[in-house]
Design a protein around this ligand. Structure first.
Ligand code: ZN
Length: 224
C-alpha cells in the first residue's frame, strides 16, 4: 500500500505566512488571506477507466495499483498503463491510467497527441463525452474498443466551496488564470469546478503548460 503523501510545500508556506501575519498583527495581503494556496499542475495525457474496462484490459479480477498520489484527495497515478491505438493505426504506448476507477471511460490527450494520432479531438469538460471520437485500448490481457471518450480536457480549476466564495465564482462558470514569468500568458476560459473534496488546483495539459512556460517558480494568479 502506498503511504500517504506529506503536505505540499505550498500548503506549508501558506500556513506559515498566515501564522506570521497573525503574530505580527498585520492585515493579511490578499494572496495570504485566501483560504488555500494555488497550485497549477500540468496533466500529462492519461485515461480514466471503469472497473469492467480494467478487467477487460488486465484480466478477470484485476484492479489498479496506486503508484503515486496526486494532489486531489484519493486520486492517484496507477502503476498500470495501456496502449492507445488511434484511427489511423498510430499508437501511443504507456498511456497512464489515473485511479480510482470511474463510471465512464475517458482518454485525455493534448492537442499535439491528437495531431500525432490523426484525431480531431474536441475541448470538453471531463465527463462530457457525447459525440467525441473513440479509440482502441490495448492491455496485457485484451483489447477495449471505446466508441467515444477521447477529449482534450478544458483548462480547469478544482476548488472547495470556500475558495469559490473567496473568489466570487460558481461551478460551471469561467474565470481567468494569469501566468507570469518570461512569457506571460492569461488563460481566459478556465472552467470552475467546485466540490467539498476539492483542493485548489488548476489543471492544464502539456501543450498549455509548455505554451505559458510554467515552471516550479512561475507566478500564477486566479482572476474572477
Ligand atoms: Zn482536474
Amino acid at each position: 500500500m502506498l503511504p500517504p503523501s506529506p503536505p505540499h510545500r505550498l500548503e506549508i508556506e501558506h500556513r506559515v505566512r498566515h501564522a506570521l501575519y497573525r503574530r505580527l498583527e498585520r492585515p493579511l495581503p490578499r494572496r495570504a488571506a485566501a483560504p488555500n494556496p494555488l497550485l497549477v499542475n500540468i496533466s500529462a495525457r492519461h485515461c480514466h477507466l471503469t472497473p469492467r474496462a480494467v478487467e477487460t484490459l488486465f484480466g478477470t479480477g484485476a484492479t489498479l495499483t496506486p503508484m503515486k498520489w496526486l494532489y486531489q484527495k484519493d486520486q492517484y497515478a496507477a502503476l498500470e498503463t495501456v496502449t492507445l491505438i488511434g484511427p489511423r493505426s498510430r499508437v501511443i504506448s504507456n498511456l497512464r491510467i489515473l485511479g480510482p476507477c470511474r463510471e465512464l471511460n475517458q482518454v485525455e490527450l493534448a492537442h499535439t497527441d491528437s495531431i500525432a494520432l490523426g484525431f480531431d479531438v474536441p475541448v470538453r469538460q471531463s465527463g462530457n463525452i457525447a459525440g467525441t471520437p473513440g479509440c482502441m485500448l490495448m492491455g496485457p490481457a485484451g483489447f477495449l474498443r471505446l466508441d467515444q471518450g477521447v477529449i482534450r480536457a478544458a483548462p480547469h480549476v478544482h476548488m472547495h466551496p470556500d475558495d469559490a466564495t473567496f473568489f466570487g465564482v460558481e461551478a460551471g462558470k469561467f474565470m481567468r488564470l494569469r501566468v507570469g514569468g518570461d512569457l506571460g500568458v492569461t488563460f481566459e476560459r478556465l472552467l470552475v469546478r467546485v466540490h467539498a473534496d476539492f483542493k485548489l488546483e488548476v489543471h492544464i495539459d502539456t501543450d498549455e503548460g509548455n505554451a505559458c512556460g510554467l515552471g516550479p517558480g512561475t507566478p500564477v494568479e486566479l482572476i474572477p
